[in-house]
Ligand binder design. Structure first.
Ligand code: 0WE
Length: 268
């Protein structure tokens, strides 16, 4: 690897939310941050994922900070930032790659979204960014970069994405308001809007392979985004190359978002 890439994030401390397994987008970005020289800490959601994440994270060395965090629990969040403060005394990077809506809400019609499903989706997927940014800001004494994952369903209707699309719209709007609030502390806040990636979160979603194929056929680059490419964008946003970029949504989707009609109409 090029020396310039190696040192892009040297001396930076990062905190990663959202690793479930080796296919997680959070893991792809964490690996890229690590290769760029950052020192990382991780959280995992629930005992079920603990062993998995422990094993992945152990490749970064035995003393890598790994903590449980349910992002809907203020107490968990406080404990995580207290531990980061204790171990490192500061923080530069935060990755938010966390989302959840009850499965039923991603299957039927949006009009049937229950109050409870709406509440859960927004709490886990959008409010959590606000809570994590508030926890991180006092530790980002040298400035910082907060990166959150979004999806095109935030701005256009993607059938079945439903309440997740509404929650991602809230996440993107929150990104802009956080960018405004935290800008004076040199803390930048941006979203990566990724094209579909085959992760644990995508598994079990009916028609997901058809969606990957649709992107392959209709995105300008005629392929799907690779996890490593999300890692590279995550590294860019974390780096000084993006020092003047905040409040933005960057599309890393092989160009899909620029399309109006996704194919030329057949001549009459
Ligand atoms: O943001 C996402 C998925 C997030 C997600 C996935 C699940 C599956 C399991 C949130 N909550 C749940 N809840 C579960 O119970 N994506 C961008 C991937 C995705 O999900 C879709 C998509 C795409 C793309 C759902 C319907 C339609 C398209």
């Amino acid at each position: 690897m090029l020396a310039v890439t190696m040192s892009l994030l040297a001396g930076k401390i990062g905190l990663v939310f959202g690793v479930a397994n080796k296919r997680s987008i959070a893991w792809a970005i964490a690996q890229a941050w690590h290769k760029a020289g950052a020192t990382l800490a991780f959280t995992y959601q629930g005992e079920r994922l603990k062993e998995n994440v422990e094993e992945l994270v152990s490749t970064f060395g035995p003393d890598t900070l790994l903590l449980p965090c349910d992002v809907t629990k203020d107490e968990d969040i406080n404990t995580v930032f207290a531990a980061v403060q204790q171990k490192f005394g500061k923080l530069h990077l935060l990755l938010h790659a966390v989302a959840f809506a009850p499965k039923e809400a991603l299957e039927g019609r949006f009009v049937n979204t229950t109050r409870d499903a709406f509440k859960i989706a927004h709490d886990v997927s959008a409010y959590s960014l606000v809570a994590l940014a508030r926890g991180a800001a006092p530790l980002m004494t040298e400035g910082g970069s907060i990166v959150a994952m979004s999806y095109y369903g935030a701005e256009k209707v993607i059938p079945h994405y439903n309440v997740m699309g509404v929650a991602k719209a809230a996440l993107e709007a929150s990104t802009r308001y956080l960018a405004y609030d935290l800008g004076a502390q040199k803390i930048r806040v941006n979203c990566i809007s990724a094209g579909p990636v085959n992760t644990l979160a995508a598994r079990g979603i009916a028609g997901f392979s058809a969606m990957l194929k649709h992107y392959e056929q209709h995105a300008p680059l005629k392929r799907n985004v690779l996890p490593d490419e999300l890692g590279a964008t995550g590294t860019f946003l974390a780096s000084d190359g993006a020092a003047a970029i905040t409040g933005q949504v960057l599309y890393v989707d092989c160009g899909y978002q620029v399309m109006g009609m996704t194919e030329a109409p057949k001549a009459a």
